[in-house]
Design a protein around this ligand. Structure first.
Ligand SMILES: *Cc1c(COP(=O)(O)O)cnc(C)c1O
Length: 215
């Protein structure tokens, strides 16, 4: 089932977006089943679970973190994390930079932008994002690279709302790309099980899908 779902999904989104399989809440066995299809890109939303899985599973998996990240946990994932999709403050970015330096590496990050109408979601406003990118602190960081933006739309069946949120993020992505000189600023991560079609239509090039694969 898992293998079929992955194949189907990859055919659907082919060329247009990269698939990140969200493995949170799944068993090691389920993740292994997905891995055995040849897929190597997985995401977790909690550091503790990520560490357990990183230890237990093959080392050629590229792990992303997609949940709110506390500064005091950055050090645990800094040695191996492939992409931190949920950067929502300058303070967090500074800590990532510091820990990356200790590991002698550069860590790729997405800035998470708040686009939903709910107030339960983390993320920066567009203004906060611009302020961060223009700050002296940001410009002097050597061990992080901001390679794009991530956003989560409102959890609603009203596709008009979801569409306008995705379009808004796409347009902001273009603004950042034009106004700020960031090498490799190319990733627009939006879309989950319920809304990845729409997200891709609105310009997403990275989707984060969990339940649709493991259902
Ligand atoms: C859980 C989660 C997903 C995947 O959600 P599904 O609906 O299971 O596809 C994507 N992005 C984030 C940030 C998540 O927390």
């Amino acid at each position: 089932m898992v293998a079929e779902n992955i194949l189907k999904l990859k055919q659907e989104i082919s060329q247009k977006a990269e698939l990140v399989i969200v493995s949170k809440t799944r068993t090691l066995q389920e993740i292994t089943e997905a891995y055995n299809t040849g897929h190597k890109l997985f995401a977790e939303n909690r550091v503790q679970n990520l560490l357990e899985r990183y230890e237990a599973l093959p080392k050629d998996i590229a792990w992303h973190i997609i949940g709110h990240l506390q500064t005091n946990k950055v050090k645990f994932i800094a040695p191996f994390i492939g992409l931190i999709q949920s950067v929502d403050s300058l303070k967090l970015l500074e800590e990532i930079n510091k820990q990356a330096e200790k590991c002698n590496r550069k860590i790729n990050c997405l800035l998470q932008i708040y686009i939903a109408q709910e107030d339960t979601k983390f993320g920066l406003s567009e203004t906060e994002c611009m302020d961060l990118l223009h700050s002296f602190e940001f410009q002097t960081m050597q061990n992080i690279q901001v390679v794009g933006l991530m956003g989560m739309a409102s959890n609603t069946n009203d596709t008009a709302i979801v569409q306008s949120e995705f379009e808004g993020l796409k347009s902001f992505f273009q603004t950042v790309k034009t106004e700020i000189n960031l090498p490799n600023f190319n990733i627009l991560s939006m879309g989950m099980s319920g809304d990845y079609h729409l997200a891709i239509e609105c310009g997403s090039n990275m989707v984060r899908v969990g339940s649709k694969i493991f259902e």
